[in-house]
Write a protein that binds this ligand. Structure first.
Ligand code: ATP
Ligand code: MG
Length: 242
């Protein structure tokens, strides 16, 4: 449903950003983009979301009215609006005062908090609100830029499970940027590994395990070792000890 060819976005004098990215994403897939800091992951998502139009190459989205939802590392809620109004904020003006938000409030487990303001929410609750705000427009593709990296390990696992339960209900196509190999293996069907500055797709790993998965599963551990190897992490660490 999404096809990206020879996509490139660099900045002055071809510095950083990313280049030569080719991806095709099928409907209902969860794609992971994994890579070290500065390899162009956020730049790639901004280009895919349409926020940044200064790219080379082609992006084609099939049978779509180009509905793309985006979620960031921090919730970016409006402090003067309640939870329900923040969620409805994703909608067009005419729809904002309907009770459409209720479905999404329930979906993210915040039914009792619709009148709370952002300052009275925990980090996890704020991120749940942001998930609901991104989903209320029923995007065909949801782009997530390290959505759980600021959360504690326990909340992070809960929200990963929430994301899977949403996917089971709605089969939303997702592209998830993450630093976290376990997270990518737990959630994604295919993982693209980006390397370099500008970043390029260095490798693609398929995770052939139906979702929902079990954390710490042997197959996932094997894939983790494979990815660490691809990223050269283990070798580097061993080299440094000498
Ligand atoms: N607007 C910009 N102008 C100039 N350089 C930029 C701009 N945006 C990003 N860059 C550069 O492009 C590179 C990639 O940035 P990007 O934010 O996409 O990295 P990232 O992979 O998301 O990193 P992180 O994991 O730390 O979030 C960086 O070197 C950054 O300095
Ligand atoms: Mg980033």
């Amino acid at each position: 449903m999404l096809n990206v060819k020879k996509l490139k976005r660099t900045f002055n004098q071809d510095t950083a950003g990313f280049q030569d990215v080719n991806l095709s994403v099928k409907e209902g897939e969860i794609i992971g983009i994994l890579g070290t800091s500065g390899c162009g992951k956020s730049t790639l998502l901004r280009v895919l979301s349409g926020l940044d139009q200064h790219y080379e190459g082609t992006i084609s989205i099939e049978n779509s009215n180009n509905q793309i939802g985006m979620m960031f590392q921090e919730p970016r809620l409006l402090p003067w609006l309640s939870v329900k109004k923040n969620i409805s904020f994703g909608l067009e003006k005419e729809e904002r005062n309907t009770d459409k938000y209720k479905t999404y409030l329930d979906l993210v487990g915040l039914a009792d908090f619709e009148n709370h303001y952002p300052k009275d929410l925990s980090g996890g609750m704020a991120q749940r609100t942001a998930i609901a705000r991104a989903l209320i427009t029923e995007p065909e593709i949801l782009l997530l830029d390290e959505p759980f990296s600021a959360l504690d390990a326990f909340t992070k696992m809960q929200l990963q499970d929430l994301l899977i339960s949403i996917w089971q209900k709605k089969k939303t196509t997702m592209i998830l940027v993450t630093h976290d190999i376990d997270e990518a293996l737990y959630l994604c069907d295919r993982i693209f590994i980006l390397k370099g500055q500008p970043g390029e797709v260095y490798s693609e790993v398929s995770v052939e395990k139906p979702k929902p998965r079990t954390r710490g599963d042997t197959y996932l551990s094997k894939q983790k070792a494979h990815i660490l190897n691809l990223l050269n992490v283990e070798k580097k660490a061993a080299g440094e000890q000498k």
